[in-house]
Design a protein around this ligand. Structure first.
Ligand code: GDP
Ligand code: IMO
Ligand code: MG
Length: 431
């Protein structure tokens, strides 16, 4: 079956958008299966830098259809602004090229207000969420209290449902968090207006995808966030509220267990994290400034969605190997090799230690990282600018050795490395 999956193997922002854009040249449908507008996927094409939050990154290729699957939580005004942004940039998007699952859940201003109130109440122990209402929207879904996209189809009941939802959340906002209530009627009016614009996009996307796969069309599933932010397999509780791993494609798109061609894991050549939580290979000072950049380049390590500076560190081989295992990754794509140019020595974590005990695998998964310290292997860096390299053999030998060591350590081939954000800044790895 022609299904490929792209997922993040770290804490998000690995460059999934850029890799999906590459692979979408061969895809008919590109489908998001998790998350919402907490995601920020950047695609650079010539002078255009597209920052996509909800719409699948494949949409820049005019031949593709984009699907927003049932596993997503959707802020309808973010969706409509993104459609407008694309149209203004000359990308023709409309209901003919974009479908939203009837079973996806809605994010409302009440969810966003709850997200902010909960974060404030957590004080110094906050999770550093994106403030997009993701946690409360998924909470509503799981507690069977949520609003689904299909609710928009009936304007009368929809208005009542939205109003009742805001009234209920207001009780918590005011009673528990002592914040200002929202105006239920105003939110209900805003959402009923929005519904008119959303309705043409609503579809049975599970059926659409099933039929496409049956007919031999190529489907590319685009993960948001990353394995270490996954609700089950990440650094809980410092995670997002959705399933961000490859197996979630099936529940998040409603396609049943379908044989998959490739599970493509995207990893940066180093490690980053935005928000709170453990980060064993984190670095500070001069090396951190070097890896993060100043914010001058569009790819410098500042959040696509929130603009926050990302925490940076050395590639964590132990966590990468773990991510490959829980996703069933068949091949890796490594981004941002160019950013490592100029570092004299690179470090790669190949184990952890706690006291005198050494560990090759995490004894209890990534949520319990605090007792452990990484064990590093050092590899020589390279001086050369690699942004113009297009052939594997033209990469500096140290860069090739770094890739080979990661392949050896993880037991999964690195198929491509990228050396810049542009479509052509990519090098196929030779075996
Ligand atoms: P995503 O959330 O996984 O899609 O990643 P983001 O878009 O949030 O962050 C990745 C950033 O790195 C974006 O600005 C990309 O344009 C940029 N990028 C991707 N690959 C490369 C690369 O190989 N080199 C450089 N310099 N930038 C890259
Ligand atoms: P993409 O798809 C990086 C992080 C937030 C926070 C935690 C919970 O661009 O890789 P949430 O708002 O989801 O409740 O926040 O998850 N986070 C991301 N970090 N990239 C993302 O998406 C993220 N989406 C959520 O910073 O630590
Ligand atoms: Mg991102």
């Amino acid at each position: 079956m022609p299904l490929d999956i792209v997922i993040g193997t770290q804490w998000g922002d690995e460059g999934k958008g850029r890799i999906v854009d590459l692979l979408a040249a061969q895809a008919d449908i590109v489908a998001r299966f998790n998350g919402g507008d907490n995601a920020g996927h950047t695609v650079t094409v010539g002078n255009h830098t597209f920052k996509l939050h909800l719409i699948p990154s494949g949409i820049i290729h005019p031949h593709t259809v984009g699907v927003l699957g049932n596993g997503m939580v959707i802020n309808p005004s973010s969706f409509l602004s993104e459609v407008e942004m694309l149209q203004n940039a000359g990308v023709q998007v409309g209901p003919d090229r974009l479908r939203i699952s009837f079973a996806a859940h809605l994010i409302t201003p009440a969810h966003r207000a709850m997200d902010l109130a909960q974060e404030t109440a957590r004080g110094s122990g906050n999770l550093g969420t994106t403030g997009r209402g993701i946690g409360p929207a998924y909470t509503g879904k799981v507690s069977r209290n949520g609003l689904r996209i299909e609710d928009m189809l009936n304007p009368v009941t929809f208005m009542k449902k939205v109003q009742a939802h805001v009234e209920e959340v207001n009780q918590i906002l005011v009673g528990l968090y002592h914040t200002e209530p929202l105006d239920p009627r105003a939110v209900a009016r805003e959402y009923t207006n929005c519904a008119h614009h959303i309705i043409p996009y609503i579809s049975d996307t599970g059926l659409l995808l099933h039929q496409a796969l049956q007919n031999g069309q190529r489907v590319l599933a685009e993960g948001a966030q990353g394995t270490l932010l996954d609700i089950d397999h990440g650094t809980y509780p410092y995670v997002t509220s959705s399933s961000a791993v490859a197996p979630a494609v099936y529940t998040g798109l409603g396609i049943g267990i379908t044989p998959v061609d490739r599970v493509v894991g995207v990893t940066k050549a180093f490690q980053t994290r935005v928000g709170s939580g453990p980060f064993p290979t984190e670095v500070f000072g001069k090396t951190a400034e070097r890896l993060r950049g100043t914010g001058k380049n569009p790819w410098d390590e500042f959040g696509t969605t929130t603009g926050r500076p990302r925490r940076v560190g050395w590639l964590d081989g132990v966590l990468l190997r773990y991510a490959l295992r829980v996703n069933g990754v068949t091949e890796l794509m490594m981004t941002k090799m160019d950013v490592l140019s100029g570092l004299t020595t690179l470090r790669l974590s190949v184990g952890y230690k706690a006291g005198d005990e050494a560990y090759q695998e995490l004894p209890l998964g990534p949520a319990n990282l605090s007792p452990f310290e990484p064990v590093y292997e050092e590899l020589p860096g390279w001086e050369e600018d690699v942004t113009a390299v297009r052939r594997w053999t033209d990469l500096p030998p140290q860069a090739r050795a770094y890739v080979r060591r990661i392949e050896d350590y993880c037991g999964v081939p690195v198929r491509r490395v990228s050396v810049g954000p542009e479509r052509d800044q990519v090098v196929d790895v030779h075996n």
